[in-house]
Design a protein around this ligand. Structure first.
Ligand SMILES: [Zn+2]
Length: 74
C-alpha cells in the first residue's frame, strides 16, 4: 500500500474517478478513469498509464479529423 506523498499519513487507494479535460474546444468527460486517492487528505492522482492511453486516443482522433478535413479540401 502506498503512503500519500502529500500528507505522509494517509494511504493511497485505487478508485474510479470522473476525469474531465478540455481538448481544443471540446470538453472531454471520462466516467470511470482509474485513479488513486488519499484516504486522509483526499489528494488524488490519475493512473498515469490510463491518462497516457487517453492522450493517445485524443491524438489519434485529432489527426483523423485533420485528414478528413484536408481530403474535403482536395
Ligand atoms: Zn494524503
Amino acid at each position: 500500500m502506498n503512503i500519500c506523498p502529500y500528507c505522509h499519513t494517509g494511504r493511497l487507494r485505487r478508485r474510479d474517478m470522473v476525469y474531465v479535460q478540455w481538448h481544443g474546444d471540446a470538453l472531454l468527460v471520462v466516467d470511470r478513469m482509474p485513479a488513486i486517492i488519499c484516504d486522509v487528505c483526499g489528494e488524488k492522482a490519475y493512473d498515469e498509464q490510463a491518462v497516457e492511453h487517453l492522450q493517445q486516443l485524443l491524438w489519434a482522433s485529432a489527426s483523423g479529423q485533420l485528414s478528413s478535413s484536408s481530403s474535403r479540401l482536395a
